[in-house]
Design a protein around this ligand. Structure first.
Ligand SMILES: O=c1[nH]cc([C@@H]2O[C@H](COP(=O)(O)OP(=O)(O)OP(=O)(O)O)[C@@H](O)[C@H]2O)c(=O)[nH]1
Length: 709
């Protein structure tokens, strides 16, 4: 270990390489690192246009690869690794990012772009230090990138094709392997050669030195990271016992302080790196000599302060249908957009610039045009349009949220303040004003349509012949279900006012016979017969008492073998981590009597009606949590009075969480492209396993039904 004492620091740790790349495995094992290989299931589909620089894309992808593996190991395999390493290599030329070619033609396209020119190779690396506290995964993320410049000679077409036919380009970023035949194409390399091959070993070792030997980071900083810390330095420091803590010694480098301030990870590292800790709130104070000077920006707070501006910019651009105009006519100058939509030129220009800076639009010398995301999700008529939900957010949720302070003080919904109407009257409005009804249904349709695939395919539902989607609104989920399970017939059950307006939302060109619509009130009327009852985004609208009424009605019509499927956002049991779901719970506070619940809470509700065996999955998309509860009738004689403590313990042992991302789950029946934006549009840098739904599958055993407890 004399040569690599930093790597020696990892000897006693469970190190995981979250990569299938044989080159990365070879580079790291060549220097004696022992690690387990767990290839990441994260799909490299982040929206490139939302990154301002190519290396940001590589770093974010590396981070997401590592996060997916860390979380999967923690949740699914219940083995928390100590260190997870993720990496992503890309080639950047003329402002374009090149990844691995999809076929020979693509390889030719890439190599022709590189021909005779200099390009940059970026490898983003993420090092996650993980530990499990109270069964909750906590991580410190360090990331960095390395850039190497490579120049290709002028190459003939014949040579390019000969190289392509060798098969070498196919699994390599930019379509060449510098370590093999591809080396013949290269005139010069400026920088770390191994970085081009897929892993910047030198920078990685420096980073470990900074992490494990905080004293050396001053050295590193002074030298601006242009060389390895001296072997002497390593020697002196290598005797230290830094392994005792869960995270490396530099802990203070970058994390939230008690007021939520996030100190920059670049305090002592080179420009192209940062360290962030997830799930920790550590007071400033003992900073191990690292200066926490005024140069630190409270970036997290600033971002939260400004968050509403970005939301409103998106809402207004959607409301003005700017994305529709640009889809049809883009690229367009601000003045032309303003003329088309009837707005001021100066205001429109600022709005378009803001949208471009948020990654919603592209701005070039020809004008503004939609990004791919905007075309898919923001135009009003796209298959996966979120337009309806955005308008609902602007017109309905925004005024309600303006009254959040009162909602918190009073603990109740704020429809009277926001709209001058009692909640019940407003509810009637929903269904009596055609405009409000259409807007509400369009909003529900947007979300249901976008998430239906994951809800439908989270579990194997092929054994069910009939399903009833209670509160199924426009039938978006129902249509997805019959696509995935051709033998399934689905009844959508909703209020008469809703059912009367569903025709507008029916898919064209799809065989709609297996989906039927029945009107009724699920609290009052008889429920249609079915093998599977579905409650998607329904339970969160109601307080526990009403949920019991509904569940007991469902249970009353269930036969042995029937099941219930629930899809909801799910809070973590301690209600402190999943901010998207926690904010959604505030959303329910301002407008309903309901709330979001944790897996344990849903399970407790269901258990009262005889449902057991819970499985939770994380989808990775907008509705990230998927839970399956196997529900069985319990015997009448079951002792009720077992304390909640025992009950809770049993609950938490009885469900299992699984990582379930749109990118990793393969529907056993049909291989379908996931429709969801795996990365939320405006917050790709913050995607950490946050927003969520749960699905509950409840089955009857042959044991006789018990009365409700
Ligand atoms: O000269 C070379 N340039 C690049 C490579 C190899 O290219 C791939 C880059 O792809 P990526 O970073 O996405 O990594 P994957 O192979 O898909 O594995 P993950 O599981 O980590 O996603 C990488 O393998 C480089 O080694 C090369 O070999 N030579």
């Amino acid at each position: 270990m004399a040569l690599n004492p930093v790597l020696g620091k990892l000897v006693s740790k469970r190190v995981v390489l979250a990569s299938a790349s044989p080159r990365r495995q070879e580079i790291l094992s060549n220097v004696g690192l022992r690690f387990e290989v767990v290839p990441s299931w994260f799909k490299e589909t982040l929206e490139k246009s939302s990154f301002t620089a190519p290396y940001e894309y590589a770093v974010e992808t590396a981070k997401q690869k590592a996060l997916e593996v860390a979380n999967r190991m923690h949740v699914k395999h219940q083995r928390t690794p100590d260190v997870v390493i993720g990496a992503d290599t890309i080639v950047s030329v003329d402002g374009q990012i090149l990844e691995k070619p999809v076929d020979k033609q693509d390889a030719y396209r890439m190599l022709s772009r590189l021909n005779g020119k200099e390009h940059s190779v970026f490898t983003g690396v993420a090092i996650l230090h993980c530990c499990s506290k109270d069964n909750h995964l906590e991580m410190e993320i360090t990331d960095f990138y390395e850039e190497t410049k490579v120049k290709f000679s002028e190459l003939s077409e014949e040579l390019l094709w000969e190289y392509i036919h060798s098969g070498e380009p196919m699994d390599k970023a930019g379509g060449y392997g510098i370590q093999a035949l591809g080396g013949m194409l290269v005139e010069y390399v400026h920088g770390d050669f191994l970085n081009v091959v897929g892993f910047p070993l030198n920078h990685f070792c420096k980073k470990l030195a900074e992490l494990y030997y905080p004293a050396s980071k001053q050295n590193v900083q002074h030298k601006k990271c242009d060389s390895m810390p001296s072997v002497d330095t390593f020697k002196n420091l290598s005797d230290g016992k830094s392994e005792s803590s869960d995270f490396p010694e530099h802990k203070v480098s970058s994390k939230l302080d008690s007021s939520g301030m996030c100190s920059s990870g670049a305090v002592y590292t080179s420009e192209n790196s940062s360290t962030v800790r997830l799930g920790f709130t550590v007071p400033l104070g003992n900073q191990n000599g690292v200066s926490q000077s005024a140069s630190k920006l409270p970036s997290k707070i600033l971002e939260l302060m400004d968050g509403f501006r970005a939301s409103k910019a998106l809402f207004v651009a959607s409301k003005l249908k700017i994305f529709d105009h640009l889809k049809d006519k883009g690229p367009m100058k601000a003045v032309d957009v303003a003329n088309d939509v009837g707005t001021s030129v100066c205001g429109t220009e600022r709005l378009l610039d803001a949208c471009a800076s948020l990654g919603l639009l592209e701005k070039t010398s020809q004008g503004y045009s939609n990004t791919d995301s905007a075309n898919t999700y923001l135009t009003s008529d796209g298959k996966y349009s979120l337009h309806g939900y955005i308008i609902h957010s602007n017109d309905h949720l925004w005024p309600l949220f303006t009254n959040l302070e009162s909602a918190v003080k009073e603990g109740s919904r704020q429809n009277h303040r926001a709209f001058g109407k009692k909640a019940d009257d407003l509810f009637k409005d929903y269904y009596h004003s055609q405009e409000v009804k259409q807007r509400f249904m369009a909003a529900m349709h947007s979300i249901a349509h976008l998430t239906a695939r994951d809800v439908a395919t989270a579990f194997d539902l092929s054994k069910f012949k009939s399903a009833c989607d209670l509160g199924g609104c426009t039938g978006a989920l129902a249509h997805e279900l019959v696509q995935v399970y051709p033998n399934l017939k689905v009844t959508v059950f909703d209020l008469p006012e809703v059912i009367a307006n569903t025709s507008y939302f029916q898919p064209s060109g799809q065989h709609t016979a297996p989906v039927t619509f029945v009107s009724g009130d699920f609290f009052k009327d008889n429920l249609p017969e079915a093998d599977l009852y579905i409650l998607s985004r329904v339970l969160h609208d109601w307080p526990d008492e009403k949920i019991h009424v509904l569940l007991s009605k469902i249970s009353a019509v269930c036969r042995p073998g029937c099941a219930i499927l629930v899809a909801e956002m799910v809070l973590d049991d301690e209600k402190k981590n999943r901010s998207t779901a926690l904010l959604q719970s505030l959303n329910m506070l301002v407008q309903t009597e309901g709330k979001e619940r944790s897996g344990c809470e849903y399970q407790a509700l269901l258990e009262k009606h005889g449902f057991t065996n819970v499985k939770i999955r994380i989808t990775g998309n907008l509705l990230d949590w998927i839970a399956e509860y196997e529900i069985r009738r319990k015997k009448r004689c079951r002792k009720k009075k077992k304390s909640m403590v025992i009950e809770k313990k049993r609950i938490s042992q009885s469900y299992e969480e699984e990582v379930f991302t749109a990118s990793n789950f393969e529907c056993p029946y049909k291989k379908l492209e996931p429709p969801c934006p795996v990365v939320p549009l405006l917050s790709h840098r913050k995607l950490q396993l946050s927003p969520f739904y749960s699905i509950v599958l409840a089955q009857f055993s042959d044991i006789q039904k018990s009365p409700m407890m």
